[in-house]
Design a protein. Structure first.
Length: 336
């Protein structure tokens, strides 16, 4: 699915804005703070159903009481999102819904400058990053994650109560056990798929013989939901004292290694950038393999963070995708 244009109304600092897109690479030029990322954010909402950086009230232009964004595709179809300060509504294929229907979603590979520091980020940042990727690999992952997140919030809220019995959290334990083991199984499988091509993809960028791996660190040991449930029940007193759930997939982490040594703190700037580029290329390839669709590529001001060699590599690997780039300077080599 190719985007022909995107129109914004009262979206962030844009009263009105229209971007006409080409079918290969479109460039949005502007100074920092001019609203370039907001355009990508609107596209992301209309293709994924939610923002990658804020809640809806934060998106409304100051002094107004609603926002609206519309994508027109080359097929002639359109998709619209409106938020009136209370309710968000999507209109797609002449139907209005409170959530973007799965059939109206389109896969996206989002690349932000902060992603280049993923290796050194906190575990929560890496979990969020990979959750976003895995949700596009499999719709059931996004569903399981949503149910798990709701259950963990409810259980943690109950654990803060002074008077609480194990029975009070039992129903949430059941939900966490089911979806926790499902997510563990999918994460383990997806990491294996990434690792199967991470080293060769990295070597094609870095031009060396290093071995790169992504390690999945978790306190889960099996896909047996009964064992998961038993651990939650055993930890009840500890969790009540702490005021939060100490066991589960919400504490997972993803660690990069170079030549069997943890990359955090040891990888050079160039090595870190090469491995993140490799990860983005693999993400796009796996989405294409799993969905049959070439994902839309959104590059938010990342060219300024890359040297000429990695810029060319980025362009070459995404030459079969529609790409939308934001930049503070003209990127003269994007179509070379």
């Amino acid at each position: 699915m190719i985007i022909d244009s995107i129109k914004l109304f009262n979206f962030r600092n844009h009263a009105t804005y229209t971007l006409q897109c080409t079918h290969n690479t479109s460039l949005i030029l502007g100074e920092n703070g001019s609203g370039k990322t907001s355009v990508l954010e609107a596209i992301y909402i209309l293709t994924q159903g939610k923002s990658f950086r804020a809640t809806d009230p934060d998106i409304i232009k100051r002094g107004t009481d609603y926002y609206r964004a519309e994508i027109i595709y080359s097929s002639g179809e359109s998709s619209v999102v409106t938020y009136d300060g209370t309710v968000k509504t999507f209109t797609s294929m002449n139907k209005k819904t409170r959530r973007l229907p799965s059939k109206s979603k389109y896969p996206v590979v989002l690349f932000q400058p902060s992603d280049l520091n993923l290796i050194d980020h906190a575990p929560s940042r890496r979990r969020t990053y990979f959750d976003r990727i895995f949700s596009q690999f499999d719709d059931s992952y996004a569903t399981a994650l949503s149910k798990y997140d709701k259950a963990i919030r409810q259980r943690n809220e109950l654990l803060k109560s002074d008077t609480l019995s194990p029975e009070s959290v039992f129903s949430w334990n059941i939900i966490l056990s089911k979806y926790g083991t499902d997510l563990y199984d999918m994460r383990h499988r997806f990491i294996q798929e990434i690792n199967s091509c991470l080293t060769p993809t990295y070597r094609s960028i870095a031009d060396n013989h290093d071995e790169v791996n992504l390690l999945y660190q978790t306190n889960i040991t099996s896909t047996d939901s009964n064992k998961y449930l038993h651990t939650l029940e055993t930890n009840f007193d500890k969790d009540h004292y702490l005021g939060h759930t100490s066991f589960g997939i919400h504490r997972d982490d993803y660690v990069f290694s170079f030549n069997h040594t943890h990359a955090d703190g040891s990888a050079s700037r160039g090595e870190s950038r090469s491995v993140i580029l490799a990860l983005k290329f693999i993400e796009a390839d796996l989405i294409h393999v799993k969905s049959g669709k070439r994902p839309l590529i959104l590059l938010d001001d990342v060219f300024s963070e890359l040297d000429p060699t990695r810029r060319k590599c980025l362009v070459k690997n995404f030459q079969d995708n529609q790409v939308i780039i934001t930049s503070v300077e003209d990127v003269v080599d994007i179509n070379k």
